[in-house]
Write a protein of this length. Structure first.
Lengths: 221, 221
DNA sequence: GACATAATGGACGAACCCGTACGTTCAAGG
DNA sequence: CCTTGAACGTACGGGTTCGTCCATTATGTC
């Protein structure tokens, strides 16, 4: 995680870069993320990952213990990356409706641009969330988004704008469901209904739709 | 597909039931549906399916050609079963809003009770919809739901109730996204936010939420 | 500069898994 | 009955895939 602890040699010398654990780990993780996202847990091949790596299969077992350990590390990093973006949201200056629209926009853009993350979450659900259940760090990370939405709802309710019978987690689910489905089910939905869900016009329309729907729902009394 | 073409022998004799192709095929299909839904395409084991069947592995290859052929047959049957229910909806007597709520209710209940179907669709998306693309029958089946929603929207627009800038397929997606996500992402979402999405109270609340949101969205001008 | 420890590579084994070759039984028609 | 094709079972081969054993090189420390 740190800025590489490799020794003096790494300054300028290009070729003789040997024994760089941080880089090796990061390299494996990046390749593994692609492989797992593309083929799922059981479909991913350890040999295939090793082959596309700067290093060898031996290192996967050295650093991650095995296929499952590697998968878990990939999952943890994917969640951490996504939520780090959400955590940086600046909403205090906006009115409740504006803040809510900002959160929705962010979730939409996040899922849209992080296809690998969406696929990994789908895969983990196929696997019944068994690996994620053993990664307490992931839960921690995700509480932030609930806090953010909770704060917005409170402000909206205090102002007499929003209804008060919806919990933050339910609002989050409604937003996530739409943004996630749009990416996760792109293939089947697109193929069946002959629509390209990633086409700019429809993309824009959908973003407007989910924002209007959620805001409209909260304004209902 | 017919009511079994087996001979006179099959009337009452319990034990000597031999050579019953329809039953053999249906048996394989049922077991395979469970196995694929549980472990995905690459995770499913042909040997495991064969073992839990009344018959042998040889019959899988005899009737379905191979693992891929079997998977495709499972997928087709899953879609057909779900959409057959939707096609039976009787909506002509209801006002547009009532009809829309009825469709949403139906979709919600369908996804909620057909976990295997939801999982298979997720799996097919992980597989980038490649198999579904080669199954024209599935597309045909799904057009029905779009027709239904299209008719409701037209009536609502004619009555001056609904906005007219949303296509049926977009409304369908909004409904599907919520109902599908609730089931497909049950494990990760539940584990992270410590909620049981299948608990009756929350279930009911969510059903109300998606209905209110979609109706509310359409009533916006 | 010697030594302990961390990092790395290549080769390999054992289990697994898909698909098939080959042989047998059943059912309907002559 | 006898033939013929459909329905079925057993056993196995060939390829794949995970994980490890053994050997080697780098790195930091005293």
């Amino acid at each position: 995680m740190s800025i590489s602890t490799s020794p003096r040699k790494a300054v300028a010398n290009e070729r003789s870069r040997t024994n760089d654990p941080d880089r090796t780990k990061a390299d494996i993780l990046a390749v593994a993320t692609e492989e797992f996202a593309a083929h799922g847990l059981s479909g991913a091949r350890v040999d295939a990952i090793a082959e596309r790596t700067r290093t060898s299969k031996r290192m996967i077992y050295y650093y991650f213990g095995g296929k499952d350990g590697l998968y878990l590390a990939v999952l943890e990093k994917a969640y951490a990356d996504i939520r780090a973006i959400e955590a940086a949201l600046e909403l205090d200056l906006l009115d409740p409706i504006g803040a809510l629209r900002r959160v929705i926009d962010q979730t939409f853009e996040n899922d849209d641009s992080h296809t690998d993350f969406v696929r990994l979450v789908s895969i983990e659900n196929i696997n019944q969330g068994k690996h994620l259940a053993e990664a307490p760090s992931i839960r921690q990370i995700n509480l932030r988004i609930i806090e953010i939405i909770g704060a917005i709802l409170e402000r909206g309710q205090a102002a007499g704008l929003f209804r008060s019978d919806l919990e933050p987690v339910d609002v989050h689910m409604m937003i996530s469901a739409f943004c996630f489905f749009r990416v996760a089910n792109r293939h089947t939905f697109g193929s069946i209904h002959r629509v390209d869900l990633s086409e700019p016009d429809r993309r824009q329309k959908h973003k407007q739709m989910i924002a209007d729907a959620v805001v409209g729902l909260l304004l209902q009394k």
